[in-house]
Design a protein around this ligand. Structure first.
Ligand code: ATP
Length: 301
């Protein structure tokens, strides 16, 4: 293992072995004994998992492994049959999804949930928390909220510029491409000033021209002090940006560790990644091209 990898591992798990469920030096999210059954299917059976703070953490595994269901449970969009989970030391069980951004935890969806009949700018402003103008009485008196509204617009303008969406600010969100909607969803999440941002398949459906900037945005979130937990099938993307990888299969956490180690583990490759193992970011971003007649193995999901 390289010196850098050793240092990263030490900073995340101390001197412990990276076995599934390993304790982290400074976890931001902790889940214990979380289970969920759909009829005869045990969709989630997570004994213990911790997400390290200020790291980019990938949650990977084959289709149906339970990644999205775990996201849904942790963020209050799905109820669990048992278990407890906490964010930054605060118990989250039973908390409605709309309360989580107030605590500093926000998520995006595999299928984006931007509001199509609002403009890009309206989507951004709507996401911001604690808006005076949303209170019924105050809404009648613009002097109470117009200054805050202008400040929000400035902040939204800045984020949209970074996400290369500023020229679309007056367009209806429904008119954006799938990739632009993903960017808008991430941009909108930032309006809540999160400490933990959870991204469900941020690359799926994104035009190769946008994938590189999306990766840069994710790296920047960490630079700005955030923790990023993301579900992804593109193994090359996982390798490129994650500090830590957690592998799920059949509802359980079955492996975790540094990307290079986990992604090289033959058991993980054979049993959990299957055909995704050869996915290549170079192909996805158009940075490399294959010789004629060679087929890309990148998942189309
Ligand atoms: P993918 O990578 O394909 O998105 P995933 O790892 O996110 O998969 P989940 O979507 O969490 O997997 O699904 C886990 C299992 O639970 C699957 O077998 C799925 O069919 C099942 N499942 C998920 N939601 C429901 C539901 N509402 N009702 C019944 N079964 C469900």
């Amino acid at each position: 293992m390289s010196k850098v990898a050793k240092a990263t591992q030490a900073s995340l798990v101390g001197n412990l072995n990276p076995v599934p469920g390993v304790k982290k030096v400074d976890p931001i999210l902790i889940a214990d004994g979380v289970t969920k059954r759909y009829g005869g299917l045990q969709a989630i059976d997570v004994a213990h998992v911790e997400i390290p703070r200020n790291a980019i953490v990938a949650l990977i595994g084959p289709n149906g492994a339970g990644k999205t269901t775990l996201f849904n449970i942790l963020t209050g969009f799905e109820t669990a049959d048992s278990g407890s989970w906490s964010y930054d030391g605060k118990a989250l069980n039973g908390k409605a999804p709309h309360l989580l951004p107030k605590l500093g935890m926000v998520r995006t969806f595999q299928l984006t949930k931007v509001l199509g009949l609002l403009t890009v700018m309206e989507n951004m402003k709507l996401a911001a928390l604690k808006q005076t103008g949303e209170r019924l009485l105050a809404s009648f008196f613009p002097f109470l909220w117009s200054r805050q509204d202008r400040a929000l617009e400035l902040e939204a303008t800045d984020i949209l510029r970074r996400f290369k969406l500023l020229e679309k600010q007056a367009d209806f969100a429904a008119g954006l491409s799938g990739g632009q909607r993903k960017l808008l969803e991430m941009a909108r999440a930032l309006m809540t000033h999160p400490k933990l941002i959870m991204l469900d398949e941020p690359m799926a459906g994104v035009n190769p021209a946008l994938t590189e900037s999306l990766l840069d945005h994710i790296k920047n979130l960490k630079q700005e002090g955030m923790t990023v937990l993301f579900v992804e099938h593109d193994v090359a993307m996982v390798r490129e940006i994650s500090d830590w990888v957690i592998v799920m299969a059949e509802g359980k956490i079955v492996a975790e560790g540094l990307p290079d180690q986990v992604l090289k583990d033959p058991a993980v490759i054979d049993a959990y990644l299957g055909s995704h193992q050869d996915s290549d970011l170079g192909l996805a971003t158009g940075r490399i091209t294959l010789p004629t007649g060679t087929k890309s193995t990148r998942s189309g999901k």
